[in-house]
Design a protein around this ligand. Structure first.
Ligand SMILES: Nc1ncnc2c1ncn2[C@@H]1O[C@H](COP(=O)(O)OP(=O)(O)OP(=O)(O)O)[C@@H](O)[C@H]1O
Ligand SMILES: [K+]
Ligand SMILES: [Mg+2]
Length: 677
């Protein structure tokens, strides 16, 4: 579902073209104060043109000239509308592609009495239960409450590799419109009809409910006040002109005003915002608001999980180390038994290792009375057997606290766990009936290329923090290898929340990514919280963005998209205002050169006449907008560097450039205008 990046798609151009005219309605234009004043100026010029055509009034200037100025002002408005319309049209094209995936599906609804009834997907309500089998299109968003299945999510994510979704894990979410490839699952509906994930996505990309972000509103107010200042400047020029015996026509005053107000950024502002959300969507990120994307650009601290984010995440058991009075085979047995009801990759890999070592597991010989699930809170898991035995495995410190241990055993375990942790492995200890029996070694691989990404963030001045439930030694090893700035070890879910609060109290903006229900509070607290689409409903509701690809490193991309949005907007604003200042010095001396010879010194551009100076400036003012549309949509090319270096560079390029470019542009247009007239 990647964004349609072709800027010049013919259909998009056509629909944007007609939209540009529709957007001329004053009620629409009013949302954009800068361009609305241009519209008022245009209306005044229409009147002036008509009056000058039908009456004899020398101070109004020639009808032809007035007409041309009116036309150029109208084109300026259309250009600005076109910028917004083309940004919206790209979103709509994506929405249409999504709508095609929303087909009429049937669902096997399970009624209260257990009976299965075929119903239309639209009849499903929140908390209803339905069954989906291999080949079925999942009829609604939901959470798997029984079973596991491999699912093809390509209709939504564009990713063709199937994904595994399973009840009682942090990957229990399914999206309506995706297809079950194997197995049978029981699903509880999580959204009402019309409010599904897909519906929300379509609404978002259509831009129907796009709201201005606080930053956009602030900038709009700033631009409006600039506009007011220049209105006063232009109006006070009139008595000055009378005093200097110069006739300033209404056309000249209106044109001067339009040239001086920040029309470039005024015309491109909303296109830049829409394009930012589009870019996020292109990266398969659903931002619940434009504000979230923007905030991502200002983030100071990034909280990242260790397992699955910095490391590949399918931690595998690689060794059994019995440390008590117990043989290798018996120890492996107990490790496997203790993992029978453990659905985590760690648990599965322990059984896998036992099988690979050819340990006869004779599962029939045991009866599980109660399974003790792994939680990030207890950092242990295990089983209680029917014969009364309790098996627990977990983080070393958790098992240590659970077991009764003498000095000697403690030393043995500490040495072994340290040995494993110092090399970046995760030691799991195993205890039976509160007696520690040995250690299991888990290994995980640091994701290739992750070091470069962190280096890039350091250059931008961002702090990266690795959070892990693992012990400090393993954490330290991985943190150092991966190149993160800080780490929190033996972290429980609430530690993330605490850390975020502390950073925020110090004035920092914090981003994090999570998928589990216990991540929800921290996701809600973070300034930017991204939930994985496979994650639990609670996590997705707490977050302000959802990643369709379930890629924990996506956080890094989101920050870059946000930064690019902020920088693009900043640069276009700088350019726009620098432009306006330059235009002032291009036009005013030309206007007064005849009556105040002293000003002739300032008329460095040597424009042909006051009329052509005005005309050239208005034309330049108009064409800058479409010239910058590609930049607004694609975003300024972003290089990682510190904030002050970036500011310096941008001021140089867009500030200085913004001053020089109009002089050259207006001079060229002036030459052309006089060549043809
Ligand atoms: N299935 C499991 N059964 C028992 N103990 C486990 C299991 N999985 C992990 N552990 C232990 O609990 C600790 C905490 O796990 P948790 O999932 O909270 O954090 P983590 O996976 O180490 O880090 P992250 O926060 O990056 O996911 C692990 O370091 C490990 O020692
Ligand atoms: K302008
Ligand atoms: Mg984990």
């Amino acid at each position: 579902m990647s964004a349609n990046n072709k800027l010049l798609d013919k259909n998009l151009m056509q629909s944007a073209f007609s939209e540009s005219f529709r957007k001329l309605q004053p009620l629409q234009m009013m949302k954009n104060p800068v361009m609305f004043t241009v519209e008022i100026g245009t209306a005044i010029m229409v009147l002036v043109t008509l009056i000058s055509a039908f009456t004899v009034n020398e101070s109004l200037g020639s009808t032809g000239y007035n007409f041309v100025i009116t036309l150029i002002l109208l084109i300026t408005l259309l250009f600005a509308n076109f910028a917004e319309a083309i940004a919206e049209a790209r979103g709509k094209a994506q929405a249409n592609a999504l709508k095609k995936t929303r087909t009429d599906t049937m669902a096997k609804r399970q009624m209260v009495d257990g009976e299965i009834k075929m119903v239309n997907a639209t009849e499903l309500r929140k908390n209803d239960i339905f069954i989906a089998e291999a080949g079925d299109i999942i009829a609604s968003d939901g959470e798997i409450i029984e079973g596991m299945a491999s699912i093809d999510e390509s209709a939504i994510t564009g990713e063709s590799a199937p994904v595994i979704r399973e009840a009682e894990t942090d990957h229990n979410s399914v999206i309506g419109g995706t297809q079950v490839l194997s197995d049978t699952i029981k699903i509880k509906v999580t959204s009402e009809p019309g409010e599904s994930f897909l519906d929300k996505m379509i609404g978002l990309v259509e831009g129907a409910n796009r709201q201005k972000t606080p930053n956009e509103i602030a900038l709009t107010i700033l631009l409006a006040s600039f506009t007011l200042v220049f209105l006063i400047v232009t109006v006070t020029l009139q008595p000055f002109a009378v005093y200097a015996n110069t006739v300033l026509s209404i056309a000249a005053l209106v044109s001067l005003f339009v040239c001086l107000i920040p029309t470039t950024i005024g015309g491109l502002l909303s296109a830049i915002g829409i394009a930012g959300m589009d870019r996020a969507l292109g990266a398969n990120i659903i931002a619940k608001s434009g504000k979230a994307v923007e905030t991502a650009g200002d983030i100071d601290v990034l909280l990242l999980d260790k397992t699955g984010t910095i490391t590949i995440g399918n931690r595998k058991a690689t060794n059994f180390y019995p440390l008590g009075n117990i043989g290798e085979e018996e120890f492996a047995h107990l490790c496997a038994w203790g993992s029978y009801s453990d659905k985590t990759p760690e648990g599965k890999s322990i059984i896998e290792l036992a099988k690979n070592l050819n340990i006869p597991l004779n599962k029939e010989s045991i009866e599980i009375e109660e399974s003790v699930k792994f939680t990030a809170e207890t950092r242990m898991s295990g089983v209680n057997l029917a014969d009364g035995r309790q098996i627990r495995k977990g983080a070393w410190d958790a098992i240590r606290d659970w077991c009764d241990m003498d000095e000697e055993t403690l030393k043995k375990f500490e040495a072994k766990t340290r040995e494993i942790a110092e090399k970046g492995g995760t030691p799991l200890a195993l205890g039976v009936d509160r007696k520690a029996l040995g250690v299991i070694q888990l290994e995980d691989i640091i994701k290739p290329g992750i070091q470069e990404r962190f280096a890039r963030f350091r250059k931008m001045g961002l702090k990266t923090v690795m959070v892990t439930g693992d012990n400090p030694l393993t954490a330290e090893y991985i943190a150092k290898e991966a190149g993160v700035d800080d780490f929190i070890a033996e972290a429980k879910p609430e530690d993330k929340l605490e850390y975020i609060k502390r950073e925020q109290e110090a004035g920092k903006l914090v981003a994090m990514m999570g998928d589990g229900t216990n991540d929800a509070p921290a996701l809600a607290q973070a300034d930017v919280g991204i939930a994985m689409n496979s994650g639990t409903q609670a996590a997705k509701e707490a977050a302000n963005m959802v990643d369709l690809d379930n890629d924990p490193t996506k956080l890094l991309e989101v920050v870059e998209i946000g930064k690019q949005l902020l920088i693009t907007r900043g640069n276009v604003t700088t350019f726009s205002i620098a432009n306006d200042v330059a235009k002032y010095f291009a036009i005013v001396p030309a206007l007064f050169a005849a009556s105040i010879p002293g000003l002739g010194v300032l008329n460095i551009m040597g424009l042909a006449s006051p009329q052509s100076a005005i005309l050239s400036a208005v034309i330049f003012n108009a064409i800058v907008i479409p010239i910058l549309i590609p930049l607004a949509l694609k975003g300024v090319k972003y290089r990682p560097m510190g904030a002050s270096a970036l500011l310096g560079r941008n001021l140089l390029v867009y500030g200085l450039g913004g001053i020089i470019v109009p002089f050259i542009g207006i001079k060229l247009i002036d030459l052309l205008v006089n060549l043809f007239l």
